[in-house]
Design a protein around this ligand. Structure first.
Ligand SMILES: [Zn+2]
Length: 203
């Protein structure tokens, strides 16, 4: 997920997982982030069986690429890897705050309250549009040591997790935008095409 809400990000903190990746923009980030129109973004990711060093190294490379692109979330399918792995750091401006590494994340419950908020995505740079989502969630996942975890999330973190979990199912935030006119305008402005949007349906 692209960042455009640093104010809100500063208010939210977490200490769930650890990583020693520096929060800096690299000239040559380790992983390429694929853009709207790429088949990688429409592929169902596979569950991770064993959380090993390869997975931890992949998470680190994803963090490096995310920080380089000034994002607050990145899903493995966005870098062409079809695995259920997400990295999130809504406190990217705070060097001491630790990022979240979510392996096999599963949203187990949604709150009843919906809210609308402007989202962006590193795979659709420059496009920012309102999306309606539940404002709170419950989540289970494995951490980078393979330990099962549970958490509740609200606000920007809940939104970011839902956006990233969508990536694991090949769903993009533009699929969930209800205002087709705004969508057309924004995509065109950034050189993206409506044909690459797959309108989301619940069924
Ligand atoms: Zn995204």
């Amino acid at each position: 997920m692209a960042n455009n809400f640093s104010q809100l990000a500063k208010k939210s903190r977490n200490n769930v997982s650890s990583s020693k990746v520096k929060k800096e923009a690299l000239e040559n980030p380790p992983l390429e982030i694929f853009k709207l129109g790429s088949d990688f973004l429409r592929t169902d990711a596979k569950r991770i069986g064993k959380v090993d060093l390869d997975i931890r190294n992949l998470a680190k490379d994803m963090l490096k690429s995310m920080y380089s692109a000034k994002g607050i979330g990145l899903a493995a399918p966005q870098v062409g890897i079809s695995k259920e792995l997400l990295v999130i750091d809504i406190n990217f401006e705070d060097s001491a705050a630790e990022p979240l590494i979510l392996i096999n994340p599963e949203i187990t419950a949604y709150g009843n309250t919906l809210n609308s908020y402007e989202e962006g995505c590193l795979s659709i740079p420059g496009v920012y549009l309102n999306v309606i989502r539940p404002s709170t969630i419950k989540l289970k996942f494995s951490d980078e040591m393979g330990r099962p975890r549970k958490m509740n999330a609200e606000g920007l973190l809940a939104r970011c997790i839902q956006h990233e979990v969508d990536h694991l199912r090949g769903v993009l935030f533009v699929d969930r935008v209800t205002s087709t006119e705004d969508l057309k305008t924004e995509l065109k402005k950034e050189g993206f095409q409506m044909k690459d949007v797959v309108p989301y349906s619940q069924s």
